[in-house]
Design a protein around this ligand. Structure first.
Ligand SMILES: Cc1ncc(COP(=O)(O)O)c(C=O)c1O
Length: 316
């Protein structure tokens, strides 16, 4: 907030300079400046990756259900989006995913932890995917990294076809500033820079980012709040008899069944917003609850208990 208060009218007249902040952020993550690109959120990073690495005849590969923007950005470049659907466990279908790689696969996108499932893909599996597709670029989306702790960033210097995306929207709490990053092989990022506008990240975000990454204490505290809250939420769901998918992110996906819409409405009346994920592939009857700090979880659990009673929820 101090950084925001220090903004001046004169400062706002200038075009933003991304490179000086890129140098600071790269050093923070132990990378060379040419191994890092700051983007207008990970949404833009996904878009740029598709623009840089996909042509109309190429295939892109994702696992579903997952973050819907992969679909949107891939389809702008090629109709050949191959989707491997997870089974009822909603875990990453590694063997079927590997089998779906072809010579035409040019971009593979994997979210770990995944949205909306909260499932993760182990580092060995990620490295195996990258090795099995040397003709393709593997984008690992680590938007929810801080709530899990396992990262593939350490492998970007040794793997020529790996790019990792991180957002500052989630654990850092800066969604409104629109800032994210890509970390990867310098040669690959050179192609991405070519399709990137020079002023893609606004100066307010660039101004705040160094302060945000320096505030390790806040980040550690917040990630810990979410991890503790997530364990409480999962224990609470177990007590209430609500089936859920073990999550490594800052949300939990639960299986409500035909009354999913009623539950969302009832929870809203209690001041708690749930995301109805029923239209995601394989997620009919599923809703997602976000985990915040301690009192949010307390409020969320109380609202859930009351709402399930109000709607006369029947476990299917
Ligand atoms: C897996 C995943 N990646 C990326 C994003 C978007 O991040 P950003 O706010 O940086 O565009 C989201 C947002 O929900 C997400 O779930």
């Amino acid at each position: 907030m101090e950084r925001l208060r220090a903004l001046t009218a004169e400062g706002l007249t200038k075009y933003p300079e991304r490179e000086p902040v890129e140098r600071i952020v790269a050093a923070h993550f132990g990378l060379q400046p040419d191994q890092l690109l700051l983007t207008n959120g990970v949404d833009e990073a996904i878009h740029l990756m598709c623009a840089a690495f996909l042509e109309a005849d190429d295939e892109a590969l994702i696992c579903t259900p997952t973050f819907f923007m992969y679909d949107v950005s891939v389809q702008m470049m090629t109709p050949h989006l191959v989707k491997v659907q997870a089974d009822a466990s909603l875990q990453f279908p590694f063997d079927r995913f590997m089998a779906a790689i072809t010579e035409r696969t040019k971009l593979i996108i994997v979210a770990s932890p995944n949205n909306p499932t909260g499932a993760v893909v182990g580092r060995e599996h990620l490295l195996a995917i990258a090795a099995a597709a040397p003709q393709a670029v593997l984008l690992v989306d680590e938007a929810y990294y801080h709530f899990h702790g396992d990262t593939a960033i350490g492998a970007v210097s040794s793997l020529p076809n790996l790019v990792v995306a991180r957002t500052f929207s989630k654990a850092y709490g800066l969604a409104n500033l629109r800032i994210g990053m890509l970390a990867g092989n310098a040669q690959l990022l050179k192609y991405v820079r070519k399709v990137c506008s020079p002023y893609n990240v606004n100066g307010v975000a660039l101004n705040c980012l160094p302060a945000a990454i320096a505030d390790e204490a806040y980040l550690t505290w917040y990630a810990e709040q979410v991890r503790t809250g997530r364990a409480r939420m999962m224990a609470g769901l177990e007590e209430l008899g609500v089936p859920f998918f073990p999550s490594h992110a800052n949300f939990v996906l639960m299986k409500i069944g035909p009354q999913h819409g009623e539950l969302v409405t009832a929870m809203r009346a209690h001041g708690v917003l749930l995301r109805d994920r029923s239209s995601d592939p394989g997620c009919d009857g599923f809703v997602r609850i976000t985990i915040g700090v301690e009192n949010h979880v307390t409020k969320g659990l109380a609202a859930l208990k009351a709402s399930l009673e109000e709607i006369g929820w029947n476990k299917q």
